[in-house]
Design a protein around this ligand. Structure first.
Ligand code: TXA
Ligand code: MG
Length: 333
């Protein structure tokens, strides 16, 4: 199958909406990362998503909607706190997990009786969903295990030949996936840190249970290998000797004959002499925006060791930390 990249013109968005409605797959931009969309009501199309990504079938998909009212067509009940959450943060980089109605096929939810729902902020995404006239289920549009795609070329690299269409809407503004909150088990619970800091959410809906260092995966997808480039990634734990630890790790890699690169925030980037450094930006928002693209660039440019500056787990730092520690497979320095 030839994969066509369509510029996101009005006409092309319509064309892609037709593809989705008729059971085909379309990768599309959202403000977080690119998604790989299908008509959530056609089980065969949903199965095609799992096949294209090489994704384990027990890992449920998020259902994307263009209009808040659609939540009531998909969710059996919407508790008051979930309503408040939706009012404040949808559209936006968040996902709510709610009890599901039977209209949502089991293939979408991996057999769970709950469904994850997200209304993206990105206009192209919302127009596509709206024109397709159906709920659109979509995981991130990467090969399973690889960093999520933040531009159309990343999607093309992973899925060329496996899907009919990519809608190119440029770079994703946020760069990490949505924050997932579960409303089905008593107090709201954070399942995945993401594009909306949990502290901001708590200001509106009150305390959200955050489980750190959980040994069991909170959402099914979190138990799998994630965000992993081919290169070996190390995360430097924040602390006063962090520059030295990063420089030492770099030198050790190079003396072992490996091509290494450092990813550091702007304040540290000039601390490494002649060593190769990529600037992640001045704050954790920028770091989040740049991280996946850097991990992919490391593979493109054949780096075999990537040494990343770690960050504190607060605000957007929590999502950056989560992606770093997973990309590193837990390896810290
Ligand atoms: O920003 C995003 O969320 C992007 C864009 C495309 O919308 N999507 C995304 O999808 O990141 P995916 O499939 O890569 O990650 C969704 C996560 C997975 O870890 C999955 O296990 C979890 O959400 N999830 C989905 N449905 C769930 C449910 N019913 N209960 C608990 N976790 C669920
Ligand atoms: Mg994903």
């Amino acid at each position: 199958m030839d994969t066509v990249i369509y510029k996101a013109t009005e006409e092309n968005i319509k064309k892609c909406a037709e593809i989705i409605k008729n059971g085909g797959l379309v990768a599309f931009p959202t403000e977080t990362v690119y998604g790989l969309g299908a008509n959530a009501l056609i089980s065969k199309s949903v199965k095609d998503i799992y096949a294209a990504k090489g994704r384990p079938s027990d890992n449920p998909l998020i259902v994307h909607i263009a209009d808040k009212h659609t939540v009531f067509e998909i969710a059996k009940t919407v508790p008051p706190l979930a309503l408040k959450f939706m009012e404040a943060f949808m559209p936006g980089p968040v996902t709510a997990v709610l009890p599901k109605k039977s209209i949502v096929p089991d293939v979408v939810t991996g057999g769970l009786d709950t469904v994850a729902i997200r209304m993206p902020q990105n206009e192209i995404a919302r127009t596509l969903i709206s024109l397709s006239g159906v709920p659109v289920c979509a995981p991130s549009a990467n090969t399973s295990g690889k960093p999520s795609p933040t531009c159309a070329n990343h999607v093309y690299f992973d899925l060329n030949g496996k899907i009919p269409a990519i809608l190119d809407g440029g770079d994703c503004t946020v760069g990490v996936e949505s924050t997932v909150i579960d409303f089905t088990a008593g107090a709201p619970r954070l399942l995945r840190a993401g594009g909306m800091p949990v502290e901001t959410i708590e200001k509106v809906i009150g305390p959200v249970t955050v489980v750190r260092n959980s040994k069991v995966a909170l959402c099914p997808g979190m138990k799998y290998k994630h965000y992993s480039p081919d290169a070996d990634v190390f995360m430097a734990v924040p602390g006063k000797d962090i520059k030295q630890r990063m420089a030492d790790a770099f030198d050790k890699a190079e003396s072992d004959g490996k091509k290494a690169v450092i990813i550091a925030m702007s304040e540290l980037k000039d601390s490494f002499g002649n060593r190769k450094v990529w600037d992640a930006g001045k704050d954790c928002e920028s770091y989040a925006h740049n991280l996946f693209a850097f991990l992919r660039k490391a593979d493109d440019e054949k780096y075999s060791v990537v040494i990343c500056q770690g960050v504190e787990e607060k605000g957007m730092g929590a999502s950056v930390y989560n992606r770093l520690i997973k990309a590193a497979g837990g390896k810290t320095i």
